[in-house]
Design a protein around this ligand. Structure first.
Ligand SMILES: *Cc1c(COP(=O)(O)O)cnc(C)c1O
Length: 388
C-alpha cells in the first residue's frame, strides 16, 4: 500500500535546518567536538524544590487519574496569584486562565478555535515557526508582518494593507522576541489593542520569555494595556523561567471568550497536564523566586562574554535586554546559511540561520546562550582561529 500524506503535511515549507542537521550529524560521526548554540533549551537543571514537589505528588494516587482539561483549580489560582504579583493584574482563575501542556500546545491549537478555511492570520517573520504552521494546519493563510532592524523588530501596524487587516482574524506577537531578542513596551501594546479593536482581530501574545530579562528590566504584559482583555490572550510558559522544558507546562490568560474557545478545542483533543506536574508548577510559581534571579544572572554573564567576544571579532550584535538569544548580522559576503555552514564546518559551532525563521531573517544567525561560559569562551577562541 502506498502511504499518502495529507495535503496539510505535503504543503509544509521545506525544513530549513535540514542541511545544518545533516552537516552536524556528519561531523559528529567523525568525532568532532561540537558546540551547539542552535537550540533554545536551557542547559541548567530544574530547581530542586520543584522536583521535590513532583516527587511527592507522583506518590499520591489521586494524581494518577485524568486531570481536568482546563487545569486544576489550584494551579489556575496559583497562576492568578503570580499574575497579580508580577503584573498587578487581577484575573478570574475560573474563566480567565487555562492550563496548557506547554505553551506550544496552546499556540498550536488556538487557530482551530478561530480560523476557517482561507481566513487570514497575521504572523511575525522572522518568528517562532509554530504560529505560521498552526494557522496552515487549520486551513488558514498566514500573512507575515516583517520584523526588521529598521522597525526595531516590531511589526509596523500601519504597513498592514487595509484589506488584510479587514480579513485578519488572529494576530500572533512575541515579546521578548525569539529569535531577534527584541522587546516591546506598553505603548506598542496600546497600539496593538487599538488595531485589534478596530479590525476585530484576536491578539495572541506569546510571553514565554517575560521573566528572562536583565539588569532589572521587567517586560510588560500585553494585558496591562487598556482594553487588551477584550481583544486577546497572553501565553506563558514555565519552560524557560524554571528550566522546565521537558515537563510540558504553560498557561494562557486573558479574554474569557477566547480562553473558553481554546478550552473547547482542548477538551476534544487532550486531557490536560499531569496533575503531579501542575502541583510542581504551583511550587514553582508560589515558591522562592531566587532561582529565577540566579537564572537571569547566569544568562547575563554568558551574554556579556559572548557579545563582547563577537564584537571584538568585528561582528555586529546588539546586547539584548531579554531572552537567551543573540541575533547577529552575518559578515559581508555571507548569506545566513553560508555563515552557519562556515561556523559549523570550520569551527564546529552550531548556530541557527536566521532565514529559517522566515525570509526577513536572512542576513542574521541566532546563537542561544544555553552552554556554559567555558564553552562560550572556547567557541570564541575557535572563531578567532577561523576568521570570516
Ligand atoms: C520556548 C518557547 C515557547 C515555550 O514553549 P513551551 O511549549 O511552553 O515549552 C513558546 N514560544 C516561544 C517563542 C519559545 O521560544
Amino acid at each position: 500500500m502506498k502511504i499518502e500524506k495529507s495535503q496539510r503535511l505535503k504543503q509544509l515549507p521545506p525544513y530549513l535546518f535540514k542541511e545544518i542537521d545533516r552537516q552536524k550529524t556528519v561531523m559528529r560521526a567523525k568525532g568532532a567536538d561540537i558546540i551547539d548554540l542552535g537550540v533554545g533549551d536551557p542547559d541548567l537543571p530544574t530547581p530542586a524544590h520543584i522536583i521535590e514537589a513532583l516527587q511527592s505528588a507522583a506518590l499520591d494516587p489521586a494524581n494518577h487519574r485524568y486531570p481536568s482539561y482546563t487545569g486544576m483549580a489550584s494551579f489556575n489560582r496559583a497562576v492568578a496569584g503570580w499574575y497579580k504579583r508580577r503584573f498587578g493584574i487581577d484575573l478570574d482563575p475560573e474563566s480567565e486562565v487555562i492550563t496548557l501542556i506547554g505553551s506550544k500546545e496552546g499556540i498550536a491549537h488556538i487557530p482551530l478555535a478561530f480560523i476557517n478555511p482561507g481566513d487570514v492570520a497575521l504572523v511575525p517573520s522572522p518568528g517562532y515557526p509554530v504560529y505560521d504552521i498552526s494557522v496552515q494546519f487549520a486551513g488558514g493563510r498566514s500573512v507575515s508582518m516583517d520584523l526588521t532592524a529598521d522597525n526595531r523588530f516590531l511589526p509596523d501596524l500601519d504597513a498592514i494593507p487595509a484589506d488584510v487587516a479587514q480579513s485578519a482574524r488572529l494576530m500572533f506577537l512575541n515579546y521578548p522576541n525569539n529569535p531577534t531578542s527584541a522587546t516591546a513596551e506598553g505603548d506598542f501594546f496600546d497600539r496593538v489593542v487599538a488595531f485589534a479593536a478596530k479590525h476585530e482581530v484576536i491578539v495572541c501574545h506569546d510571553a514565554a520569555y517575560s521573566e528572562l530579562a536583565f539588569e532589572g528590566y521587567r517586560p510588560a504584559s500585553f494585558l496591562q494595556s487598556d482594553g487588551a482583555r477584550e481583544v486577546g490572550i497572553e501565553f506563558h510558559s514555565l519552560s524557560k523561567t524554571y528550566n522546565m522544558t521537558g515537563w510540558r507546562l504553560g498557561f494562557a490568560v486573558g479574554c474569557k471568550a477566547v480562553i473558553q474557545a481554546l478550552g473547547q478545542v482542548k477538551s476534544n483533543i487532550d486531557s490536560g497536564a499531569f496533575q503531579a506536574v501542575q502541583l510542581a508548577g504551583i511550587a514553582a510559581l508560589e515558591g522562592d523566586q531566587e532561582c529565577v534571579a540566579q537564572m537571569r544572572n547566569t544568562y547575563m554573564q554568558r551574554r556579556d562574554l559572548l557579545v563582547g567576544g563577537l564584537r571584538e571579532l568585528g561582528l555586529h550584535v546588539e546586547k539584548p535586554r531579554a531572552t537567551f538569544y543573540l541575533w547577529i548580522a552575518v559578515p559581508d559576503g555571507y548569506t545566513s546559511a553560508q555563515f552557519a555552514t562556515h561556523l559549523l564546518t570550520r569551527a564546529g559551532i552550531v548556530v541557527t540561520p536566521g532565514n529559517g525563521f522566515g525570509a526577513p531573517g536572512e542576513g542574521y544567525v541566532r546563537m542561544a546562550l544555553t552552554v556554559d561560559e567555558k564553552r562560550l569562551a572556547e567557541a570564541l577562541e575557535r572563531m578567532r582561529g577561523t576568521g570570516f
